[in-house]
Design a binder for this molecule. Structure first.
Ligand code: MG
Length: 280
């Protein structure tokens, strides 16, 4: 006969996971700000892009794991989107898909060109496992959101922030590894500027009904430099910019979309990018 304690423990675990998976409470209000009306969005009572550490604490800084060359290798089943060659530069196009890859090849990396726009894959993807490596500029310029800013956009929609968050403070829901405006990373596992960093992302796409209502939210599991920073997080809405204190809503889109990297004016580099579709 099983002892009573594990039963009790099991029900407690079930209860805990229930409360953890509860929907976040989202409220909005319109306030006057500098003579204009601005939308303030609150997720579980915390303002989007909250800068007050008493209300949204800075994630703890942790030492990242050493680069794992074995884990970084593309499995035979993966599609290699960029491997440092001219040939794979051609897997990418402009945001609207009409021009050649607007970024440049520098020392085996794809580098953002200020004002040239997003780099977008020609292929489209839905739910997937994705490996990317990035390095923020070694010549540190700017601060906050102005330092080493780029972003990884799944389906051309949902941003995992790329930022130089090494000794650079910004609002936690916009720091490196944030699901922009929606989810603060569990810890800050950033490497110094110029060093190669990894993202291993498992993404489950959202589903919509015929009226455009989301019936299953997108989900992200993000590992930054070997450390889990987004643990199967359900995205409460879109990650688009909707003003200084608000994030965009879900907007119905197709079953697949391109992978895109953001041009935010900083020469951020990417390398070793591969993707594997997963069942959903
Ligand atoms: Mg960004």
């Amino acid at each position: 006969m099983k002892p009573a304690l594990p039963l009790y423990a099991a029900s407690l675990t079930a209860l805990l996971s229930l409360s953890l998976s509860a929907e976040p409470k989202i409220t909005t209000e319109v306030r006057e700000e500098n003579g204009r009306k601005a939308t303030y969005m609150f997720i579980d009572g915390v303002k989007v892009h909250e800068t007050d550490p008493a209300k949204s604490p800075q994630p703890k800084v942790v030492t990242p794991k050493p680069y794992d060359a074995e884990a970084a290798k593309a499995p035979a089943t993966a599609t290699v989107l960029f491997d440092g060659t001219e040939k794979t530069m051609a897997n990418w196009t402009s945001k609207n898909g009409k021009k050649e890859n607007p970024w440049k090849l520098v020392d085996g990396a794809m580098e953002s060109v200020r004002g040239a726009g997003y780099a977008s894959t020609k292929d489209q993807f839905g739910s997937c496992k994705l490996h990317i490596e990035f390095a923020t500029p070694v010549n540190v310029k700017g601060n906050g959101q102005g330092r080493g800013n780029s972003g990884v956009f799944l389906m051309g929609q949902y941003e995992v922030q790329v930022l130089d968050s090494y000794e650079n403070t910004t609002y936690p829901d916009g720091q490196c590894g944030a699901l922009y405006g929606r989810s603060v990373p569990l810890v800050n596992a950033s490497r110094p500027p110029g060093e190669w960093q990894t993202y291993d992302i498992t993404f489950t796409r959202p589903l919509f009904d015929k009226d455009g209502k989301v019936t299953r939210k997108a989900k992200f599991h993000v590992i930054h430099n070997g450390i889990v920073i987004q643990d199967n997080v359900e995205l409460s809405g879109g990650t688009g910019w909707a003003g200084p204190h608000a994030a965009g809503e879900y907007r119905k889109h197709g079953d697949t979309g391109p992978l895109q990297f953001q041009d935010h004016g900083n020469p951020v580099r990417f390398r070793n990018i591969w993707i594997e579709p997963i069942k959903d």
